[in-house]
Design a protein around this ligand. Structure first.
Ligand SMILES: Cc1cc2nc3c(=O)[nH]c(=O)nc-3n(C[C@H](O)[C@H](O)[C@H](O)COP(=O)(O)OP(=O)(O)OC[C@H]3O[C@@H](n4cnc5c(N)ncnc54)[C@H](O)[C@@H]3O)c2cc1C
Length: 275
């Protein structure tokens, strides 16, 4: 994280542009408990979209449904997303919807179907560890969606989620190839690969090449501060790269998920505290 406020995130985005890396902002926080908090989050993102436009940044936003009040009133969450999409459309930007834990997946996919119907400048994250995702993708492809494919960050049981790295990675590549094939067949699907697993990115790039598509057929999306050397190398090699910059005070649950993914992050974080 570059800092706790949006200003630091905006400044970080500016420095990445020099390396040809675009940005995506997310304000940390989830599961608000009343409508006022949800509206405050939506208003914050509306202001951020204005600042992105004023500064002419190649930056987008990515938001969590529960942070926009999904637990309180899903209809209001959709209304917030629609307002954000309208504001973003004025400057040609996309609003991304994060995918949260499995109890939210069906509702979030259904909400995205409604959002996308009126707002083509919106995208959804899908998780390769979930067994249902291949079906969700087939359901969404006719909408010409924008999809960010990730492995998945929550602890999910074996009945609904692949558990081994091998199975998750295999499903990741299969899902990415399905999207490439749809693009090859003329569908207007915008593909984001939200992963630090450069080996998978290279595998997907090979499949794209075999289909006659180039490496700009998809975007590579990684977190701020992780594998920056690889992010710069991929950008230099002609891949489209976008850096997800998280900021805000609610860093604790976010950091705990990053830690669960990779205990080595403790050392990584401690190293940042050294002079
Ligand atoms: C842009 C973006 C958006 C995301 N949005 C969502 C979302 O909406 N919903 C959701 O469930 N998940 C989301 N995630 C998280 C994702 O699901 C994974 O949990 C996370 O990206 C780790 O998996 P990986 O694909 O990087 O592969 P891994 O197999 O975990 O990692 C591959 C390699 O990358 C390196 N690496 C990975 N993570 C780290 C790290 N934290 N620190 C240092 N090195 C690391 C390691 O060398 C590792 O071997 C998002 C991730 C990104 C990058």
């Amino acid at each position: 994280m570059p800092g706790e406020d949006a200003g630091a995130a905006l400044d970080a985005a500016k420095t990445f542009e020099a390396d040809g890396i675009a940005s995506m902002f997310t304000r940390l926080g989830e599961n608000v408990t009343n409508a006022d908090e949800a509206k405050a989050v939506a208003d914050h993102y509306l202001g951020l979209l204005d600042t992105i436009a004023e500064r002419g940044l190649d930056a987008e936003i990515s938001v969590k449904p529960t942070q926009l009040g999904y637990d309180v009133d899903p209809a209001e969450t959709l209304a917030h997303l629609q307002r954000l999409a309208e504001r973003a459309a004025a400057s040609g930007k996309t609003v991304w919807v994060d995918m949260e834990g499995s109890p939210y997946v069906e509702g979030t996919v259904a909400m995205y179907e409604r959002l996308r119907a009126g707002h083509p400048n919106t995208g959804l994250c899908l998780q390769a560890y979930l067994r249902r995702t291949a079906g969700d993708l087939q359901r969404l492809l006719p909408l010409d969606p924008s999809i960010r494919l990730v492995k998945g960050a929550y602890a999910e049981p074996a009945e609904i989620a692949y558990q081994s790295r091998h199975d998750v990675d295999a499903n990741y590549v299969a899902l990415a190839v399905s999207m490439l094939e749809a693009a090859r067949a003329g569908r207007s699907v915008a593909i984001g690969l939200g992963t630090h697993d450069v080996r998978l990115v290279e595998q997907v790039a090979e499949h794209a090449g075999a289909l006659g598509l180039d490496k700009r057929a998809f975007e590579v999306e990684m977190l701020y501060g992780i594998r920056m050397g690889e992010q710069r190398r991929l950008a230099r090699e002609g891949f489209r790269v976008r850096d997800l910059i998280a900021y805000g005070e609610a860093w604790y649950p976010w950091y705990m998920r990053r830690l669960a993914e990779r205990p080595a992050n403790v050392l990584f974080a401690l190293r940042q505290l050294l002079p």
